[in-house]
Every structure is written in structure tokens, then in C-alpha cells.
Design a protein around this ligand. Structure first.
Ligand code: GLN
Length: 492
């Protein structure tokens, strides 16, 4: 190879396979691999796994950006912290000049007018954005089957769902189409697809990451974070996307710890909690024994394991749906068929234009949730549903606060099982909603959560262990998750 990398040993695909963000950054910096080779490798995988339908668009400037990074490396220039890290973003995050369609036909021509704050932060840190990933339309779903551009298939099984709504992001990481992908999590949308595809996915404390430039679903729930191959990578990315943003009033002012450098410690003496309520739910699944063994394992590692109770636990799912639908119906009000979206052709007046554009442009699940959200907010129902849900939300927050005075993290399954078959749950919305059973509470209360692979299930597909911590205690979450990832071995 006669180019400026001729001094780099000949890199073949085997050297590029399954790299973590930490190693990509190191290898590019130390000239063990070129950024261009890596980007080309990922682009070839995007092509190779086209049938998965994980990627909606590949951006055209990735190779040029990779060459720029390689030039900087060659010239000995000082490099930004994430220099050359190839990422893929969920299709609901604004990247200036690029299409952001939210997995919807309605938005297919919408080009972002500005960068989301996290995009600015990551670009400043040197990442390369390869493309945008498939998702359930407007992030509503748990299987990616609600995408207007067709479902994204599970990384390991073409007959199963990828999970949702950030299904494309998860499959992109699992099949080496990028090193890291961004998703958004309103009721589990990062953690569930990460778990279904054997990966790490986190949901930071509400307010930890700016939502500016994320297409809003449930504004008091939404958080952006990363899907990664390792906990270390997840901690690394969170460090760069967190922190106060003047464009998002709900973003928190608290100092951002160096999550990455605080991991790699043991877990002796740490207090692990299991909720009586999640235990009862787990006992009904075929994974009862697996999670009992995990609790035992934590004890053997020197952690204290105790049982606690959040009496309002099971109301969390209903609260999530009532409030998130209400917020969605309000957030969707901006899409009037006049700006941002496609317009209906045959509308003789403005009222018809709005109605027809929304009727033609939006998918079934979006319409269902707008209707239910308006129902929840309508006079006569407001007190019985919206207000009541807000009150229970407060109770849940207080109950969780109480628990976290006594323990460091709560553990539970991430999902009720392995990735389910395509078309299995899509016909009955309630079946799909139940998927979020273990997930939604962290969004309702705002607490940070993470999923880490914990072996496989009856069909040999990945399962995840979810960990939830006190507000802003992502550092302890990463520490325990990292330890679990590196030390837990499943005995079958
Ligand atoms: N599965 C959940 C839902 O359908 C989560 C969605 C999300 O987090 N965006 O609402």
C-alpha cells in the first residue's frame, strides 16, 4: 500500500472487527489502524447487512472526514478526545443539513436546520457521523416494526425484532456498522434494543444530557445516550454528551464526573437491591433461576444483596403511558402539514390541509397515541388520568428516593424475555406495551439505568440485566456494570 499509511502494518478486516470505542481511539492515535480503513470497513458492513434495514441513510462525507483525521495523525497534530470514532445516530437527532425523518414518511423530506447540542459536542470531540439509523416512528414502539421504512431485524435472527424504538442503532453496533450509536430512551428505547442485541445501553438521569435537537416524544421522560459494546465505551461517551446546555432548561447544572476513570474498581461492600415487585414478576418468567443465580453471584463477590419494596411499582407502566401519550399529543401539535412535514395534495382550505396531511402522513401507532393523549388531557378526563398519573409519579419518585438511601443499585431483568418474533406483538398494542414492564419506571422517576448482557435465554438469544441507581449516580452504575460485564460468567 503506497500511501502515507505505508508505515502502518497492513490492516485487514480481522484487525478492525469488533473494536470498542476505547481501542478505536487508541489504535487511530497510535497509527495501528487508519480511520479511513475503519470507516470503509463499517460502510462495507452497512452494505453487507442491508437486509437488516438498520440504516436509513449513509452520509456522503464520512470518508473525507476520516482522511482528515488520518492527516492530523500523520502530521502529529494534537487530536480531540474521540478523534476518528465512527458513530451512527438515531433518526430523531438533528444533524444540520441532513435528513431527520423520525422514522416517519411524514418527515421524510425534513432537513435539520441546526445541530442537536450533543451533535455539536461529539463533533467537537472528533467523531465521524456515518449515517442515521432506523427507529419506530417518532420513537413509539418496542420492536422497530412501527418504522414507516420497514422493520429493522434482530442482529442474530432475521425472524426476530431488533427491539425499539432505537432498533437500528442497536443492530448497527452489534453488526459492526459503527463503533457506537446514539439512541433516545423515553420508556426503554435504548435499553430494550441494546439488550435484544447483546449490547450495553444506558438511560442517564433525566436532565443529565441536553435534549436540544432531539425530536420530542415525552419531554419529561426523553434522554439521549449511547449503545455500545462495552460499559467503558458507554461511560466514555456519556462524559462527552452530558452537562448543562443553555438551550435546554431541563438540563442539569451539576458537574459531570469523569465516568470513565471511575470504573474498574471492585464492588465489595456495595449494596445491591432487588425489589419484591420485580422479583414477583421475574418469578413468573422462565428466567427466574437465572436472576436468582445473578443475585447469588453478587453476594459471592462481596456485595450486600437485600430485598426492598416500591409498593407503587406496578402502576409505573400505566403512569408512563398516560403521561407520555399526553406529552406526545402536545408535542405532535407542531406538525401541521405546513412546515417540517409532507403536505397533502388535495386540501382546499387550511383546516383540511392540517387534517389531511396528518391523516396521510402519520402511521397507526402515532395516531393511536395522539388520540389517547388527547383523551387523557381532555376536560372531564384530566383529573382522573393526567393528574392522577402525575400524583403517582411523585409517589414513585419518593419511594425510589427512599430505597436509594439504603442501597446503591437495584437490579432486575431488562426485558420480559429474548427478542420476540416479528409480527408477534404488533397486532395487539397492549402486548407491545407490556414489553416495557421493567423499563418504564426509570423514566417515570428520572433515575439513571443501564442494561448489561447476562447470558442467553431459552432460544440462545441475548438477555440483559438492568441496573438502576440514585439520581446522578451514573458513576456507581458504570462501576458495577463494568465489574459485572467483566466478571460474570453464565453457567448453563
Ligand atoms: N417501548 C416504549 C414505548 O413504546 C418506549 C419508547 C421510547 O423509549 N421511545 O413507548
Amino acid at each position: 500500500m503506497d500511501n502515507k499509511f505505508s508505515k502502518i502494518k497492513n490492516v485487514d478486516d480481522a484487525d478492525l472487527k469488533n473494536l470498542t470505542a476505547v481501542s478505536v481511539i487508541e489504535k487511530i492515535k497510535s497509527k495501528q489502524i487508519s480511520c479511513k480503513d475503519l470507516v470503509k470497513y463499517y460502510l462495507s458492513n452497512i452494505e453487507k447487512y442491508k437486509n437488516k434495514n438498520a440504516i436509513l441513510e449513509v452520509f456522503d462525507n464520512a470518508i473525507i472526514q476520516a482522511e482528515k483525521i488520518d492527516d492530523m495523525v500523520a502530521s502529529g497534530a494534537s487530536l480531540p478526545a474521540l478523534a476518528g470514532l465512527p458513530i451512527i445516530i438515531k433518526d430523531n437527532i438533528l444533524y444540520k443539513g441532513k435528513t431527520c425523518s423520525c422514522g416517519s414518511k411524514f418527515m421524510q423530506n425534513h432537513k435539520a436546520q441546526y445541530n442537536a447540542t450533543i451533535i455539536d459536542r461529539l463533533l467537537d470531540a472528533g467523531v465521524i457521523i456515518l449515517g442515521r439509523a432506523n427507529m419506530d416512528e417518532f420513537a413509539l414502539g418496542a420492536s422497530c416494526e412501527n418504522s414507516a421504512f420497514g422493520p429493522c431485524l434482530n442482529a442474530f435472527d432475521n425472524e426476530r425484532v431488533s427491539g425499539g424504538s432505537s432498533g437500528g442503532s442497536a443492530v448497527a453496533v452489534a453488526l459492526d456498522m459503527c463503533t457506537v450509536a446514539l439512541g433516545s430512551d423515553t420508556g426503554g428505547s435504548i435499553r430494550q434494543p441494546a439488550s435484544f442485541n447483546g449490547l450495553i445501553g444506558s438511560k442517564p438521569t433525566y436532565g443529565r444530557v441536553s435534549r436540544y435537537g432531539l425530536a420530542a416524544y415525552g419531554s419529561s421522560f426523553d434522554q439521549i445516550s449511547a449503545i455500545t459494546k462495552t460499559v467503558e465505551d458507554n461511560a466514555l461517551i456519556l462524559k462527552y454528551i452530558s452537562g448543562k446546555d443553555i438551550n435546554d432548561e431541563t438540563s442539569l447544572n451539576n458537574e459531570v464526573p469523569d465516568y470513565f476513570n471511575q470504573i474498574k474498581k471492585d464492588i465489595k461492600g456495595l449494596r445491591i437491591g432487588i425489589l419484591k415487585e420485580t422479583k414477583q414478576l421475574t418469578d413468573k418468567t422462565e428466567y427466574k433461576e437465572k436472576y436468582e443465580k445473578i443475585a447469588e453471584w453478587f453476594k459471592n463477590q462481596g456485595a450486600e444483596v437485600s430485598e426492598y419494596s416500591v409498593p407503587a411499582y406496578e402502576l409505573g407502566l400505566a403512569v408512563y403511558f398516560a403521561l407520555s401519550f399526553a406529552e406526545l399529543s402536545s408535542n405532535m401539535g407542531r406538525f401541521d402539514g405546513v412546515k417540517f412535514t409532507t403536505r397533502s395534495e388535495d386540501s382546499e382550505n387550511i383546516d383540511k390541509l392540517i387534517t389531511n396531511s396528518r391523516t396521510e402522513g402519520l402511521g397507526k401507532e402515532v395516531k393511536r397515541r395522539i388520540l389517547l393523549g388527547n383523551f387523557v388531557l381532555s376536560s372531564g378526563n384530566y383529573d382522573d388520568y393526567y393528574l392522577k398519573a402525575l400524583k403517582i409519579r411523585k409517589q414513585l419518585q419518593l419511594q425510589y428516593n427512599d430505597i436509594f438511601k439504603k442501597c446503591d443499585i437495584l437490579i432486575s431483568p431488562t426485558t420480559i424475555g429474548e427478542a420476540f418474533k416479528l409480527n408477534n406483538k404488533i397486532k395487539n398494542p397492549v402486548d407491545m406495551y407490556v414489553e416495557d414492564m421493567f423499563l418504564a419506571n426509570a423514566n417515570v422517576t428520572g433515575n439513571p439505568a443501564i442494561t448489561v448482557p447476562c447470558g442467553t435465554g431459552v432460544d440462545n438469544l441475548p438477555l440483559g440485566l438492568q441496573m438502576i441507581a440514585d439520581n446522578l449516580n451514573e458513576d456507581i452504575l458504570f462501576r458495577i456494570a463494568d465489574y459485572f460485564e467483566k466478571n460474570f460468567k453464565e453457567e448453563k
